[in-house]
Write a protein that binds this ligand. Structure first.
Ligand SMILES: [Zn+2]
Ligand SMILES: [Zn+2]
Length: 359
C-alpha cells in the first residue's frame, strides 16, 4: 500500500475518514450526535406552586423549567462542533409537555442531524414550607404591644405593615411564612416559621418607632438529639412618637431620636439636649402629638412674637417665637399644648430628628 493512502480501520474503505480513521458508514454506526431521554420528571408543590429543581424549592417560569429538564435529558457528543439546538414545546395537559428537539452539528468530517421528543411530566410533591404550614409549624411569635396603653388600630396597621415592607426587602426564604396572626388584648400577635425573621422585624420596629423587646425561649421537644425551642419576642412601642412633645420633670421636650436605652429629647424652652431612659419616661405625658401639629405662614412678626391665622377658625392669633427663631423664617410649626398654640423649635440635625418622618 502506497504512502498516504488511508483506509477505514474497520472495513478498509477509502476516505473521507473520521479522526479515529473510520469511514462515514462505520463512524455513523458507532457514533451519535445526541441522545435524549424519552421522559423527564419534574415536581411541583400543589399548594403553593413552587418547583423542586436542583435539590431546592423555588418559583420557576415554565420556560425555565422546561430548559432545565431538557438540559438534564439531552446529551451531546463531546467532540461535536457548531451544535445547534432548536426546540418547540407542545402542552399536552396541565402535567405534561412534549418538547420537540432538533439537534444538528458536526463531528470530525461528518454532519449530523437528530430529532427527539421528550415528555416533561410534572408530579405533585408537597414542599417543605407547606408541610410545615399544614402542621401548624412555627418557630417564633412576635407580640406587638404598647408601653402603658392599648395600641390604636392605626398603629397596629402601621406596625404590621412594616413586616410586609421588610419581607419585600429580604432575600426570599421558604421559612419566612406566617402560620397565624390576629388581635389580642392590647395588641397583635404574629406566629411565624423563622426565628431570624422575628428578630429582624423586631429590630426594624425598634429603629423606626423606638421601644424595647424582650425575648423568651421555651423548649418544645427534641429532634435528632437537639432541643427544639420556640422564641417569643415581645415588642413594646413607646406611648410617644418622634416629633411628639412630652411633659417631663415639669418641662416640655420633643422626642428627637431613638437610642437603645431611650429617646433623645430636645428642650422646648432653650437649646438643650438630653437622653432619657424608657423607664424615666414611663410617667411622661404626651402634650402634642407630631401628627396633630401644624405648619403656619407668619403674617407679621416682631422680636418676640408673630401673628398667624388659626386654621381652625380663621382668626388672627399671636404666638411667642421659639428660642431658635432666626428673625426671618416665614413659617412656624405649632403644637396645641394645654389650651394654646405653642411655636416649636426646629430640629437642627436632620438625622437626629423627626424631619425624616414627614416624608
Ligand atoms: Zn468503514
Ligand atoms: Zn408549597
Amino acid at each position: 500500500m502506497s504512502r498516504g493512502e488511508a483506509f477505514c480501520v474497520a472495513c478498509g474503505a477509502g476516505p473521507p475518514h473520521s479522526g479515529d480513521r473510520l469511514c462515514e458508514t462505520c463512524f455513523r454506526d458507532r457514533n451519535t450526535l445526541s441522545e435524549c431521554d424519552e421522559t423527564s420528571q419534574a415536581y411541583r408543590c400543589p399548594k403553593c406552586g413552587m418547583n423542586f429543581e436542583n435539590a431546592r424549592w423555588g418559583y420557576l417560569e415554565q420556560e425555565d423549567l422546561l430548559q432545565r429538564r431538557l438540559d438534564d435529558s439531552l446529551r451531546v457528543h463531546e467532540r461535536a462542533n457548531a451544535v445547534g439546538i432548536a426546540t418547540h414545546a407542545e402542552t399536552i395537559d396541565d402535567r405534561n409537555v412534549r418538547i420537540h428537539v432538533q439537534v444538528d452539528g458536526q463531528i470530525d468530517a461528518f454532519h449530523f442531524n437528530d430529532q427527539h421528543e421528550v415528555i416533561v411530566r410534572t408530579s405533585n410533591m408537597i414542599c417543605k414550607t407547606c408541610t410545615r404550614k399544614d402542621g401548624n409549624y412555627y418557630e417564633a411569635i412576635v407580640q406587638i404591644r404598647s408601653a402603658g396603653r392599648k395600641l390604636e388600630d392605626s398603629e397596629i396597621e402601621e406596625l404590621r405593615g412594616s413586616l410586609d415592607t421588610l419581607l419585600a426587602s429580604m432575600e426570599p426564604d421558604p421559612m419566612f411564612f406566617i402560620t397565624k396572626e390576629g388581635a389580642v388584648v392590647g395588641g397583635w400577635d404574629v406566629t411565624m416559621g423563622s426565628k431570624s425573621l422575628a428578630r429582624n422585624w423586631a429590630r426594624h420596629m425598634i429603629q423606626r418607632w423606638g421601644g424595647q423587646t424582650k425575648e423568651t425561649h421555651s423548649v418544645v421537644g427534641q429532634k435528632d438529639g437537639m432541643e427544639v425551642t420556640r422564641l417569643t419576642v415581645l415588642y413594646r412601642r413607646p406611648g410617644y412618637d418622634l416629633g411628639d412633645v412630652l411633659r417631663w420633670r415639669n418641662r416640655l421636650w420633643m422626642v428627637s431620636a431613638w437610642q437603645k436605652d431611650g429617646p433623645i429629647l430636645l428642650a422646648q424652652d432653650r437649646r438643650e439636649k438630653t437622653g432619657a431612659s424608657w423607664r424615666d419616661l414611663e410617667k411622661a405625658i404626651v402634650m402634642s402629638r407630631f401628627v396633630e401639629q401644624i405648619e403656619v405662614d407668619l403674617l407679621n412678626r416682631d422680636a418676640s412674637a408673630a401673628e398667624f391665622m388659626d386654621p381652625r377658625d380663621f382668626q388672627m392669633q399671636t404666638v411667642r417665637l421659639p428660642y431658635d427663631d432666626d428673625g426671618k423664617q416665614p413659617r412656624l410649626r405649632l403644637g396645641w399644648i394645654t389650651d394654646e398654640w405653642v411655636a416649636l423649635p426646629r430640629v437642627r440635625n436632620p438625622d437626629e430628628g423627626h424631619v425624616a418622618r414627614e416624608g
